[in-house]
Design a protein around this ligand. Structure first.
Ligand SMILES: O=C(CO)[C@H](O)[C@H](O)COP(=O)(O)O
Ligand SMILES: [Fe+2]
Length: 221
């Protein structure tokens, strides 16, 4: 699967979201961090903002739900226009049923793991998913340092995907930058979320191009 770069609008100017989406033209997806102040200690945005963003940009929206009760709320994000919807394994009551519902409604189904959550208990669920997200920071805030202790989990997950012969994305989120993206790609990730490394740059579109070049070179090894 080819490299996908998904800039996170968590690090963008929330008063100018449509302009900020246009500022990363050339990105594959736009990562939208939904936080409910319960699953994580931060509050961001919800369904109406996703709906508005969907109308304002042609870039597919990659919604990362850091919320409790995703079984109840995730389908609304598909209806709002999300291209992919990621729920957290730690929060989902019935992950297989939820993944099937997201797919049936027409979006990619994805499941995220916090840093302390192992992949192995979820091995049998992988065929139900289009993407697995490995958090490389504790979810809740942008601009944190990359947890390089997550690299073995990325490698183990890539091995499981290959062992099962699955076509699915492996996304990394948190602290992904020019300094860390190559290690993520070498470990087996192919979808890269970057917030501060893109929106903190003078030229966000150039930052996307730079990250893509680095990831493609490292993936080819
Ligand atoms: O899910 C997230 C935090 O919970 C964000 O997507 C992530 O932190 C992106 O920001 P940065 O690249 O600055 O780490
Ligand atoms: Fe995220």
């Amino acid at each position: 699967m080819s490299v996908q770069i998904s800039p996170s609008i968590l690090s963008a100017d929330f008063a100018r979201l449509a302009d900020e989406a246009r500022a990363v033209e050339g990105a594959d997806w736009l990562h939208v961090d939904v936080m409910d102040n319960h699953f994580v200690p931060n509050l961001t945005l919800g369904v109406p903002v996703v709906e508005a963003l969907h109308k304002a940009t042609a870039i597919p929206l990659d919604c990362h739900l850091m919320i409790e009760q995703p079984d109840r709320w995730a389908p609304a994000y598909v209806e709002a226009g999300a291209g992919s919807v990621t729920f957290h394994a730690e929060a989902a009551a019935a992950p297989v049923r939820l993944a099937r519902e997201i797919r049936a409604k027409g979006a990619r189904a994805s499941m995220a793991l916090r840093p302390a959550t192992a992949i192995e208990p979820y091995e049998d669920l992988l065929p139900e998913l289009d993407m697995l997200l490995i958090m490389t920071v504790e979810p809740g805030f942008g601009g944190q340092g990359f947890l390089d202790v997550m690299l073995p989990k990325i490698r183990r997950t890539r091995s499981l995907i290959e062992r099962h012969g699955l076509q699915m994305w492996l996304q990394v989120d948190g602290g992904v930058s020019a300094e860390t993206i190559e290690r993520c790609a070498e470990a087996g990730a192919d979808v890269f979320v970057a917030g501060s490394a893109v929106y903190g740059a003078d030229d966000p579109a150039a930052a996307v191009r730079g990250l893509r070049a680095q990831a493609e070179a490292a993936c080819a090894h």
